[in-house]
Ligand binder design. Structure first.
Ligand code: GLU
Length: 553
């Protein structure tokens, strides 16, 4: 019996050949230079910040070269699978407007190179495995877990590289007859790749991020087909990226050490290997030490945590671009009117060190971005945030959309808009005082921070006169002049400078008067521009609030 017979005996039901697969999944008809990239998550949990980063690079590279970006679900490890997480991952990608051209979409698949779910591709893998056995590049291995554990222990004791290779690869030397006999006897087995490499020898490889590399050859006879009838990651990568016609494999740097295995697999099949780009991992500073973002320890490892907190998705994507390419920020400041999707990504500008997650940078980007939105956009986006995360806020927003828009429009939609919001979640919080019920709640919550230097009597006089003379149908300057006049009448200096120059002649300055009014109307020393606060509240509400203060404080 030869290897071909053995392959036939193991997989009698497999009738297709590699040629059939080549025909079924022909080379893609794309223009020269168009790249085919893929995002290939395993359904093992939430969307990691690093995964969105990879995905963003995948998408950019495909889009800017006129190529194809597809998604593939890598679910061959059923032990680690978390039910429903594949669909959830795709839903989260959608929240970031990451829309693949083809592939696995959660509820459905689209494209001519499918199925895009690995567990549905068992028959395809079997065609290739069968061929590998027939060519003598793969063989069944009957070693039990106990035997493999014992092998490892011996290797450790003897200080040799652990693993299943050459002289340690016992089943490698079984004849086809011996192997077949064992299978017939019902002995459980897996299929291993027969490596021809030597650890001591080097291979050259190119990585789009890391450049030219010299790596040790693979010499391990890795498992490629498990007893559950599904391939391992390595083999699925070979088959899928070949038949889905991927041109660049973009993945986390944790896969770099497997590159020699993958290159040997492609070589064994006589297939052209794709290009590879191993992206740096996202790190975090922890007590002064850099470490990887941890799924278990760090809330920011789950990208959804930022959306829940109220960061705009565009800010998150833009932030990831600053990590991806060191020249992004410069480009952005020179192309303010352009959208981050217009930026041309390049692998050369990617830093090799793990990028450090920088929250304050994300916050700055977010602040800039929110300041540029129109009041309509802010309303729509805050509403959509509230619908997912804050029912009470949703109610408030739906009840009176135009009031909310007026509030957020204070010092917006102008050349230098006010940059006072980092997240959707804080817009209402910072403006709660505009709402009657919230204002009353705030009054009860804490004492009003009026300056004790000025008597209640003086304050009341000023507030009363302020209400009586209130006129906001004038421009801001005219209004402020009348406020100054009011201050001067009660012994305040027109401005801080005059006051400082001659403190004995004044009891304070006009800013102190503005502060009294501000506290009376908003309960706080800080608020958006007072002139606009008055306008948005409206005369009736201003009068009502001042009388509450006059009566109770
Ligand atoms: N399923 C692998 C992972 O989630 C994908 C790696 C790759 O992109 O090849 O890490």
């Amino acid at each position: 019996m030869n290897n071909k017979d053995l392959a036939e005996l193991i997989f009698p039901e497999v009738k297709e050949t590699i040629e059939d697969l080549e025909k079924r999944y022909p080379k893609r008809n794309l223009k020269a230079g168009a790249e085919v990239t893929r995002f290939a998550p395993s359904p093992t949990g939430f969307l990691h910040t690093g995964s969105l980063f990879t995905c963003l690079v995948d998408m950019k590279v495909a889009k800017q070269s006129g190529g194809i970006f597809y998604t593939r679900l890598e679910d061959t490890d059923s032990k680690r699978e978390i039910e429903g997480s594949g669909k959830e991952l795709l839903e989260q990608l959608k929240c970031f407007d990451v829309l693949p051209d083809e592939g696995y979409f959660g509820d459905f698949e689209k494209g001519d190179y499918g199925p895009y779910t690995q567990s549905l591709r068992a028959d395809i893998y079997r065609v290739v495995i069968k061929e590998c056995i027939a060519r003598g590049r793969a063989y069944p291995c009957f070693c039990s877990k106990e035997e493999l554990d014992a092998l490892r222990l011996t290797q450790e004791k003897n200080h040799v590289i652990p693993g299943y290779y050459r002289q340690y690869a016992r089943c490698r030397n079984l004849s086809a007859d011996e192997a077949y006999q064992k299978i017939k006897n019902g002995e459980p087995y897996v299929i291993r790749f027969r490596s021809e490499g030597y650890h001591e020898r080097k291979i050259e490889a190119d990585d789009l991020v890391r450049g030219h590399l010299l790596l040790s050859e693979n010499d391990q006879d890795i498992v490629i087909y498990k007893s559950d009838g599904l391939p391992t990651y390595h083999f699925a990568h070979l088959v899928d990226d070949h038949f889905m016609r991927t041109t660049i494999v973009i993945r986390g740097e944790e896969w770099l050490s497997s590159l020699p295995i993958h290159l040997e697999l492609f070589q064994a099949m006589n297939w052209e290997a794709p290009k590879y780009a191993h992206l740096p991992v996202i790190m975090k500073l922890d007590n002064g030490n850099r470490r990887k973002l941890s799924k278990r320890k760090d809330a920011e490892a789950a990208i959804s945590s930022f959306l829940k907190e109220g960061y705009p998705k565009e800010a998150i994507l833009e932030y990831l671009l600053t990590i991806a390419n060191s020249n992004y920020e410069e480009w952005h400041s020179q192309n303010k009117e352009k959208n981050s999707s217009d930026f041309l990504f390049s692998f050369d500008k990617m830093s090799l060190d793990g990028a450090l997650f920088d929250l304050s940078k994300l916050q700055n980007i977010s602040k800039e971005l929110l300041a540029k939105k129109t009041k309509e956009e802010i309303y729509e986006d805050t509403l959509s945030y509230a619908q997912k995360n804050d029912k009470k806020l949703e109610e408030i927003l739906l009840k009176d959309p135009s009031y909310f828009k007026e509030i957020v429009n204070i010092e917006r939609e102008k050349e230098n808009p006010r940059k006072d919001y980092v997240k959707y979640s804080e817009i209402f919080e910072k403006n709660a005082f505009f709402y009657k019920e919230e204002y009353e709640k705030l009054l009860k919550e804490k004492p009003l921070p009026f300056n004790p230097f000025f008597s209640k009597e003086l304050r009341d006089k000023i507030l009363k006169e302020f209400v009586l003379t209130l006129n906001y149908d004038v421009d801001e300057q005219t209004w402020f002049a009348s406020l100054k006049a009011l201050g001067v009448k009660y012994g305040f200096a027109e401005n801080g400078k005059i006051y400082k120059a001659n403190k004995d002649s004044y009891i304070g300055q006009v800013g102190d008067v503005a502060e009294m009014i501000r506290i009376a109307l908003t309960t706080s020393k800080q608020s958006p521009n007072l002139y606009y606060v008055l306008k948005v509240l409206g005369k009736e509400e201003v009068c009502r609030r001042i009388s509450i203060i006059l009566e109770n404080y």
